[in-house]
Design a protein around this ligand. Structure first.
Ligand code: ADP
Length: 571
C-alpha cells in the first residue's frame, strides 16, 4: 500500500493533467448505458407501439452518443499517455540523479546490467500502474457501479441474480494477485540477470573470442534465458488457470440471468426489453471484472518494479558534492593518520596507514598487487571514506571538505583509461570545460599524444568510439595523461600511469610527467621502479600496511622488500 501511495504521489505532481484524466475517465464511462437503454427503448416502446418514425432518430441518437463516448476515449488515451510519459521521465531522471550520488561502494556489488534494467525497464513498468492501473481501475469501478445502479433500478431481483458469480470471482482474483507477486518478482529478477549477463558478455566479447569461450557463453546465456522463460511460465501457468475460471463463473452468470429473466417474463413480472437490456448491460458489468485480472497483473508487476526503483531512491547517498568546506587555496599537503579501510566486512584493504606528502612532493607507492596502493588513491579522491583514522588535506580532515572542491583540485590517471563515446575534444574537455583547442594541443604535446591525434583525419573531432576502442592501450593512456595535464591540478594521482606504454614512449611521457610533478603534490603507483626512483619518498606496501619507507637510496640500504624488488627489476 505504501508503494502504491508513493506512486500516486508522483502522479499528483501533475495535478491538472491527473484531474483532466480522471474527468475524461468519468465522462467516458458514464456514457456506457447508451447501448442497453437504446435496446430497451426499441424492444419495449418502439416495437409494441409500432413507432416507425422513431426508429431512425433513436438509432441516430444512439450512434451519436456512442461516437461521443469514443471521442472522449481518444482524448483520455492521449491524456493518459502524456501523463505517463511525464511521470516516467521525472522518475527516470530522479533515479539517474540518485545513481550518480550513490557511493562507489554501492556499485561494487552490482552489475551494470542490473542497474540498467532498473532505469530502462522498471521505471516504465511502475508507471503503467498509473495508467493501466489507477486510471483504468477507477474507470472500471465507476463503470461497474453505474451499470449496477442501472440494473437495480430496472429490476433488483434480476440484478441480484446477475451478481451471484461476483464474490467467487473477487475471491479468486484477490488470491491470485497475492500469489503472483512473488512469481512476478522472480520473473523480473530473472530478466535482470539475463540483461546483466548480456551486458557483461558484450563488454567482454574480445575475451570471449580470444579464449574461444563462445560455446560456454552461449550455454550461460541459454541457461539465463531459460530461467526467464521458466519464471514467466510460472506466472502464465497461473494465469491460464485463473482467467478461464473467471470467465466460466461470469458466463454461467449470463445463463442464470437469462433463465430467471425468461421465467419472470413469462410470469409477467418483467418485460422482454428489460431482459434484453440486462443482456447488453451484462457485457459492461463484467468487462471491468474481466479487466481486473489484467489490472491486478499490471498492479503486481508495477508494484514489484516500483519497490526496486524506490529501494534505489531510498538508499542513503553520499553527502552532496558541494557540501563541505571549500578553502580558498589548495596547497597540496597530504597526511594520513592511522587510516584504515575495508571494502567489505572481511579483512581490511589497508590499515594503520601513516604517510605524509608536503606541498610539491612526489610520493611513490610500491609493492605487490593487492597490497592496497590503489585503495590509498581511492581514499584520496573520496571514492570511499576511511573507516578509521583521518586523512588531512592542508590541515583539514578530508571528510569535512566538499567532494566537488577536492575533485576539482585533483587529477587522477587510472589504469582504466576510459574514453566516452564522444569526440576527442569533448573527452579532453572533461578536465576543463572551457579549454581552447590550443590548450588541448599543448596538453596532447606534453603527453606525447599529439602525433597520433594529428594523424587522424578528423583530428580532435574524432569520435572515441564506444569505450574508446579506436585507440590502443598506450594511446588511451597518453590521452588520459593529457586530460590530467589539461586540468593542471595541484594534486596529481597516477595509478600505473605509464604501464601501457612502450619503453621509448614511456621515457617521453615520464619526462612530461616529471615536469608536471615538479609543480604539484603527486602520488605515483608504479611497478617499474625506474619510474619512482626520483620520488621524494617511497612507501613500500605489503598486505595493506606500510612495510618500509624512505628515499630510493635509503630503501636500498635497508636491504628489505624494496631492495629485493629493485634487484628483481634490474635483472
Ligand atoms: P593494489 O593497488 O596494491 O594492487 P588494491 O588497493 O587495488 O591493491 O587492493 C587492496 C585489496 O582490496 C585487495 O585485496 C583487493 O582485492 C581489495 N579490493 C580492491 N578493490 C576492491 C573493491 N572494489 N571491492 C572489494 N575489494 C577490493
Amino acid at each position: 500500500m505504501t508503494t502504491l501511495r508513493r506512486i500516486i504521489r508522483h502522479t499528483m505532481r501533475f495535478p491538472l493533467m491527473s484531474l483532466l484524466s480522471l474527468i475524461l475517465a468519468v465522462s467516458c464511462t458514464s456514457l456506457v448505458l447508451v447501448l442497453p437503454s437504446v435496446t430497451m427503448c426499441f424492444i419495449d416502446v418502439i416495437i409494441p407501439q409500432q413507432q416507425h418514425d422513431q426508429i431512425l432518430p433513436t438509432a441516430l441518437l444512439g450512434i451519436l452518443a456512442i461516437a461521443g463516448r469514443q471521442l472522449l476515449f481518444t482524448l483520455r488515451t492521449y491524456c493518459n499517455n502524456m501523463l505517463e510519459m511525464r511521470i516516467t521521465h521525472l522518475i527516470r531522471v530522479e533515479l539517474y540523479d540518485q545513481l550518480q550520488r550513490l557511493p562507489v561502494k554501492w556499485f561494487d556489488s552490482r552489475s551494470s546490467g542490473e542497474i540498467m534494467t532498473r532505469v530502462a525497464d522498471d521505471v516504465p513498468t511502475m508507471d503503467r500502474v498509473v495508467i493501466d492501473g489507477i486510471d483504468q481501475a477507477l474507470a472500471a469501478l465507476l463503470q461497474f457501479l453505474i451499470v449496477l445502479g442501472y440494473l437495480f433500478y430496472h429490476s433488483w431481483p434480476l440484478a441480484l441474480v446477475t451478481l451471484v458469480p461476483l464474490p467467487f470471482i473477487g475471491l479468486l482474483t484477490s488470491w491470485w494477485s497475492r500469489r503472483s507477486e512473488s512469481k512476478w518478482k522472480a520473473s523480473s529478477e530473472a530478466s535482470s540477470a539475463l540483461h546483466a549477463l548480456l551486458h557483461d558478455n558484450l563488454a567482454g566479447i574480445r575475451q570471449i573470442k580470444a579464449y574461444t569461450m563462445e560455446a560456454e557463453a552461449l550455454e550461460q546465456f541459454d541457461e539465463a534465458s531459460r530461467k526467464v522463460g521458466e519464471a514467466h511460465r510460472d506466472v502464465m501457468k497461473g494465469q491460464a488457470i485463473v482467467w478461464p475460471s473467471v470467465s466460466l463463473m461470469a458466463e454461467s452468470g449470463i445463463i442464470l440471468m437469462v433463465a430467471f429473466g425468461a421465467w419472470w417474463t413469462i410470469e409477467g413480472k418483467l418485460t422482454a426489453g428489460v431482459v434484453m437490456s440486462f443482456l447488453v448491460a451484462w457485457g459492461f458489468l463484467f468487462d471491468p471484472i474481466s479487466r481486473i485480472n489484467a489490472l491486478a497483473q499490471t498492479f503486481t508487476r508495477g508494484v514489484v518494479a516500483a519497490k526496486r526503483v524506490f529501494a534505489i531512491i531510498d538508499t542513503p547517498n553520499e553527502t552532496h558534492l558541494t557540501e563541505g568546506k571549500r578553502p580558498a587555496e589548495f596547497h597540496g599537503a597530504v597526511r594520513f593518520e592511522n587510516v584504515g579501510f575495508s571494502y567489505s566486512s572481511e579483512s581490511p584493504a589497508v590499515h594503520d596507514i601513516c604517510l605524509r606528502a608536503d606541498p610539491g612532493q612526489t610520493i611513490a607507492l610500491v609493492g605487490p598487487t593487492g597490497a592496497g596502493k590503489s585503495t590509498i588513491l581511492n581514499l584520496l579522491t573520496r571514492f570511499y571514506d576511511p573507516a578509521e583514522g583521518t586523512i588531512w588535506i592542508d590541515d583539514t580532515p578530508i571528510t569535512e571538505l566538499s567532494k566537488e572542491w577536492l575533485r576539482d583540485h585533483t587529477g587522477f590517471v587510472t589504469q582504466e583509461n576510459f574514453l566516452f563515446n564522444s569526440s576527442l575534444r569533448e573527452n579532453l574537455r572533461i578536465a576543463k570545460s572551457d579549454a581552447s583547442d590550443e590548450e588541448i594541443w599543448q596538453a596532447l604535446d606534453a603527453a606525447h599524444a599529439s602525433s597520433f591525434v594529428r594523424a587522424l583525419p578528423a583530428g580532435l573531432d574524432t569520435i572515441a568510439g564506444e569505450r574508446g576502442v579506436r585507440f590502443s592501450g598506450g594511446e588511451k593512456q597518453r590521452l588520459s595523461i593529457a586530460r590530467a595535464l589539461l586540468k593542471n591540478p595541484p594534486l596529481l594521482l597516477l595509478d600505473e600511469a605509464t604501464s601501457a606504454l612502450d619503453n621509448q614512449t614511456e621515457r617521453l611521457v615520464q619526462q612530461a610527467l616529471e615536469r608536471l610533478r615538479s609543480e604539484r603534490t603527486c602520488f605515483v603507483i608504479a611497478h617499474r621502479l625506474s619510474t619512482v626512483q626520483q620520488a621524494d619518498r617511497i612507501y613500500v606496501m605489503k598486505d595493506g600496511r606500510i612495510a618500509e619507507q624512505g628515499t630510493h637510496a635509503e630503501l636500498l640500504q635497508q636491504q628489505g622488500i624494496y631492495a629485493h624488488l629493485a634487484e628483481q627489476s634490474l635483472q
